[in-house]
Ligand binder design. Structure first.
Ligand SMILES: [Zn+2]
Length: 256
């Protein structure tokens, strides 16, 4: 079993959640489309500018995640090359639909047996679980949480665990092959994990499965990014994504 906790309610890393001057709340020190929430007047201003754009350009822009800026004037100067958080980043419902699609494929291919949604976990920090050996995925997200802990990313992450399990059914036992073998692959995988879920911290308690940075956890994070935001995943982590595609691609022809 692997648990996927959200830091939102966890006292121990509360100092990682910062309230910024412009009304955004951020998990960690980096602006990413998955570790910000809230936002004030600048979001409204950017949204207004976005609404004035040609519809097709707007839609095309929302299909991929570009580097984010919280400064409206910077974004305005390069709307196609940059993103303003929650304005021209990939919308949450699109993230959910991409995750649902890969989850359906995983069920069709017998990599996942069942998916239960709206699960009320005993710990209110847990957002998802994958039950190894049973093929069960449980999802229970909170609408006030950071985007990296909402149903799209969490579902894609848990499906990533299921594919890892299918690839390496005995993982955890000594001498199992690692998915990420080189320093480049591993560092890039960590970068995607932190982009989606905030900085890795040394911890125990509900975070231990997820935060220890195991090969499997990194694979689940790279998989989630590759499914939810393929262009950004390939830009940020080319070697890690290539390796994941190579290995998981053997498990299903229709995956990538
Ligand atoms: Zn996980």
């Amino acid at each position: 079993m692997s648990r996927f906790p959200s830091p939102t309610l966890a006292d121990r890393i509360d100092d990682r959640i910062q309230e910024l001057e412009d009304g955004f709340v951020r998990l960690g020190d980096e602006d990413t489309p998955f570790t910000l929430r809230g936002g004030g007047e600048s979001v409204e201003e950017a949204q207004q500018l976005h609404d004035e754009r040609d519809e097709r350009e707007r839609e095309r822009d929302e299909e991929s995640n570009e580097p984010v800026t919280r400064t409206v004037s910077t974004w305005r100067a390069d709307m196609m090359g940059l993103d303003f958080p929650f304005v021209d980043t990939i919308p949450l419902d699109e993230q959910r639909s991409r995750a649902n699609q890969v989850a359906e494929l995983a069920v069709d291919e017998d990599v996942v047996d069942r998916i239960d949604r709206d699960v009320a976990f005993r710990s209110d920090t847990v957002r998802g679980k994958y039950w190894r050996g049973v093929g069960l995925i449980e999802i229970g997200t909170d609408r006030d949480d950071f985007p990296g802990f909402r149903s799209g990313v969490v579902l894609a992450h848990e499906v990533g665990h299921a594919f890892y399990d299918a690839w390496s059914p005995d993982s955890g036992v000594d001498d199992q092959p690692r998915l990420f073998r080189t320093t480049d692959e591993t560092e890039q995988a960590v970068a995607l994990s932190e982009r989606l879920h905030g900085p890795m911290v040394e911890t125990d308690g509900p975070f231990v499965d997820y935060r220890k940075g195991s090969d499997e956890e990194l694979a689940a994070a790279v998989f989630a990014s590759r499914i939810i935001e393929p262009t950004a995943a390939q830009r940020i982590a080319p070697d890690a994504v290539r390796r994941l595609e190579e290995v998981f691609g053997d498990l299903s022809e229709d995956l990538f």
